[in-house]
Structure formats: C-alpha cells, structure tokens
Design a binder for this molecule. Structure first.
Ligand code: XMP
Length: 513
C-alpha cells in the first residue's frame, strides 16, 4: 500500500493545490471533507494529516471544525491558515479578528531549529491571506515564526508533532513553501516518497488485466488528454478487448477528427478497435434555431449519448465502460473534499446509463492533471497530445455565441487555425495556457475594397491560468495580434472585425458560453 498523507478540506480554495504539492514529493495524498469521521480517516493509516484553509472563522457558529481527537491520534498534523487557527482554537488557544487583513507577500522570520523550517534561510517571503490571527497559542505550543504584524506566524508542539502555520506554503509566492512541505511529509511524517508514475502505470495495467479478464470494454474517446491517456492505458492492458468510439460532432477544431483517427485508428501505433462516427449533420440539425447556451450544451450532451448508445449496440455485449475521470472531478463532485459545486458543463456523471455493462473503470481516478500527463508520456503518447490545451466537451458549440450553423463552424475553425498557426510561428505556442478563436454573434458594418460589408466579429481569447478556475487574459504582443487579425480578415470569408477579449475570470468565464 502507498504511504498516504491526508488533506482535510474546510472549504478553502487551495486544498487541491496542497495535495498536488504533497504528491510532488512523491508522496500519495488524498483529500477528505472535514465532515468525514476521524475513524474513517485513521483507518486509511495516514502518515500525516494536513488541515487546509477555509472561508470561515473558527469561533463562528456552524464553522467547519474538527474533533480534538485528531490531534491526539499520534499522527503528525500540519495546520495551514484556517487549519492553523483551528488547531490552536480546538487545543485551547485563542483566535481573534485583526483590524486589518494581512494579505500578500510578507517578510517572515523563521526559527530554523524547528524541523519544519530546517534548511531554509532565517528570513524570507511568504504569502499571507488572513483576517483572524492566533492571539494565544494552545498550551504546549511555541512560536516558530513571526512577521512585523503577527507574532505567531507559525507555532509548534514538537513533542506531539503538531505544526500550525498561518501562511500558505502551497502557493508559489511563498519562497520556501516547497521546502517546508518537504520537511513536513518527508522528515516529520517520515514518508519514503515512493509514489512514482512508472510504478503507478505498471500497477494499473496489472489491476486492469485482473479486473477485466477476458471481458469486453468500451471507451468514449474525445481526443482530449484524459480520454486519450485512459484509452492508451487500457489498450496496453487488454489490447483488442477494448473498443474506442470517437464521436465527431462537427464541433471540433479544424482537422481534429482526422488527427484523432491518425493516432488511434487502424494506421496508428495502438492496438485497439477504433470506431469513428461522423455525426456533424445530426448535431447541426438538432442545434438549428437554438440560441440559449445551457440548452445547446444539453442538446450536444444528449446527442452524444444517443450516438454512443447506437454504436454500443452494434458492438454487442459490453462488460466494462471506461471513464476518463480524474482526481479533481472526484473532489469537485463532492466525493472527496468539500467543494460542493460541480459545474453542469463538466462531463462528470454524464453516463450513458442504458448501455448494459457490469462496471465502470476509471483508470485515472487517482491522478491530477499534471500526473495524467506524466502517465501519458510514460505510456509513450506523443507530447503534442499530452500537452494539449483543454477543449470543452461541447466543443465549438460553446465558442459560437447564438445559433450554431455549419457556416459559423467553418468560420471559427478557420479563424482558430490561423490564430494557433501565428502563435506557433511567433514561438508563443506555450505562452498562454488556453487560446482560441470564438464567434461573437455580432455583425457590423465594414469596408472591403470599395464594398460595404456586413459581417461577423471574431473574438480572440487567450488566458493564463494555473487551475482554470481563475484566469487572466494573456499579454500577447501587439504585432502577433495584428498579424492574426489581418490574416483572419483576408482569409476567412464572412468576418470583417477581430476583437481581443481582455476579460479575466472572474467575472468572465474562459469559454464564451
Ligand atoms: P469556463 O468556461 O467554465 O471553463 O471558465 C473552464 C475550463 O473548462 C473547460 N470547459 C469544459 N471542459 N466540458 C469540459 O470537459 C465542458 O463542457 C467544458 N466547458 C468548459 C474550458 O475549456 C476551460 O478550460
């Protein structure tokens, strides 16, 4: 069994980031809601527990809390921000609200004799974000870090291996955050650090073989990173017992259908049964006249299920269905952590429940996105596929504002192709985390040669983001934008204006619908 560190989620925004940082130390980590009974967590035999941030104040009624037993279980505990305050409060210290919030990069002085701060300089910058502060440490604790305004920026009870830190070591703004987390999981918790991708892949292949036996397996392949990695992993394990169905809904990027077929089809490197369904006409017919975004998403999702079902019937008996669920999906769907919101548009749970199968296999269920990519590389999937930008399930359907038509799809595909081409030529292919062209539903007047035009406006969107939950518009050089603009207007019929979308998320979303 893997060595495990547990992250307890109190509803803050960084719990997944903390878990990823732990895994970067090759230590396996799982997230649980603070509501999970302590016995259940201890039954997993964690080597350490990390309490993360939360939106509330420990002394509020209904605040997210934990039992004091957690601190007496003989397992090292690290409390971060809210988690630190909670640890102090629950163990008999006090927490108060400061007049001003301590926010942002803050110089902090560390006691480097503490095992938590071993090997780091005595002074460095940390990321603070708190109103409440530890006004009185719990009995048995001593302060091991302070800032100009916070006497207890960190505290420890060495005897019991309890550590409370007010700042956020998981964000990159904290200069030695990585070292601090390393010290906790590897030195204090004593984890060896043997969670590695090659052994994960091997283990999965073995487990899949055991589970599937000589059964038949069906997988919906979108060409995106998750389903591609899941499909290759499955094909390595069970070869032609796997059938992948790729539904080309006519809302893919230019040439994308053929690219997916080239990799996964009969002429590609993998051994699997590949079925491509060209369903564009069906989708366009269903989407005719529909302008409301959620309704469009719903129609696209339902049509997918219908097409998939028809193909499944042709295959005959199916024993297992593969899903490319990854760990953030598990957490966001409320099974792991506390973050209750699951966006209706994220393709979790949209299962074709009529396909008669015994069980679902989710070979990537334990992995974060960057780990899925590592697994993909481990499996020999080409880099351009592994580092693909996210592409929404409903495809260009949510990048065309208003009614979807074949002609609008052509416009977006061609404009998007030019944008990507120019970004690559300018050496900027990786300068933005996600970028694409979208079609605003706006037509306006222009002049081309001596002619008046009344055509569409294309919006270019490029964002920089870490987790796609928040994002900033990427600062793309003006000359590149100008080249893209002039090529789109010259080469794409039906467009006479190109706009650059500056909106961050929030208040915007990344996709237009
Ligand atoms: P939004 O538009 O919500 O997008 O800011 C955040 C990220 O999610 C992607 N996205 C989707 N992914 N199915 C998906 O698999 C969807 O329906 C979907 N909608 C948005 C989007 O591309 C961005 O990376």
């Amino acid at each position: 069994m893997n060595e495990l560190v547990v992250v307890i989620d109190f509803g803050g925004q960084y719990n997944q980031l903390v878990a990823r940082r732990v895994r970067e130390n090759n230590v396996y980590c799982e997230i649980y809601s603070y509501r999970t009974p302590l016995e259940e967590i201890l039954a997993r035999k964690p080597k350490g527990i990390i309490l993360t941030g939360g939106p509330s104040s420990v002394y509020e009624e209904n605040a997210a809390t934990c039992t004091p037993d957690l601190f007496h279980a003989g397992v090292p505990v690290l409390g971060l921000c809210y988690g630190a305050q909670l640890m102090s409060y629950v163990l008999g210290g006090d927490v108060k609200r400061a007049a001003d919030r301590e926010y942002g990069k803050t110089e902090t002085v560390f006691d480097t004799k503490s095992p938590l701060f071993e090997g780091i300089p005595e002074k460095s910058i940390v990321w603070m974000s708190h109103f409440d502060y530890i006004s009185e440490m719990a009995p048995g604790f001593e302060s091991i870090a302070h800032t100009a305004s916070t006497p207890v920026a960190a505290a420890q009870n060495r005897e019991k291996d309890l550590y409370a830190i007010q700042f956020h070591p998981e964000v990159l703004h904290t200069e030695y955050g990585k070292e601090i987390l390393y010290n906790f999981v590897r030195n204090i918790c004593g984890c060896r650090g043997d969670w590695k991708m090659d052994s994960f892949v091997e283990n999965q292949i073995r487990q899949i073989r055991e589970k599937v036996g000589d059964g038949r397996v069906l997988c919906a392949l979108s060409g995106g990173v998750d389903s591609s990695v899941a499909a290759v992993l499955m094909s390595r394990a069970i070869g032609k017992q796997l059938t992948c169905v790729f539904v080309d809904h006519g809302l893919l990027r230019k040439n994308e259908g053929d690219e997916v077929e080239a990799v996964f089809g009969p002429n590609g490197p993998y051994e699997l049964n590949f079925v491509r369904v060209n369903a564009a006409e069906r989708y366009y017919a269903k989407l005719k006249g529909v302008v409301e975004p959620e309704q469009k998403r719903k129609i696209i999702g339902e049509e997918f299920i219908r097409v998939f079902e028809e193909e499944a019937k042709k295959i005959g008996k199916v024993d297992f269905l593969v899903q490319g669920t990854i760990y953030p999906d598990v957490v966001e769907s409320g099974l792991g952590g506390e973050s209750a919101v699951i966006k209706s548009h994220h393709n979790v749970g949209g299962l074709p429940d009529y396909v008669d199968f015994r069980e679902i296999i989710e070979p990537l269920r334990l992995l974060f996105k960057d780990e899925v990519r590592k697994a993909g590389l481990e499996l020999g999937i080409p880099e351009y596929l592994v580092y693909r930008q996210p592409f929404p399930g409903p495809g260009l359907g949510v990048r065309i504002v208003g009614e979807v038509t074949a002609d609008k799809v052509r416009i977006v595909q061609d404009a998007d192709f030019i944008f990507r081409d120019e970004m690559a030529k300018a050496g900027l292919a990786k300068a933005s985390d996600q970028y694409f062209a979208a079609l605003t539903n706006m037509r306006s007047v222009g002049v081309m040669g001596d002619e008046r035009t009344y055509d569409y406006a294309v919006a270019l969107r490029a964002v920089s983001t870490i987790d796609f939950m928040t994002a900033e518009a990427t600062n793309i050089p003006w000359e590149v934008l100008q080249r893209v603009m002039s090529r789109i207007i010259n080469e794409v019929r039906g467009v006479n204006r190109v706009l650059y979308d500056l909106t961050s998320k929030p208040p915007g979303t990344i996709e237009l619908e």
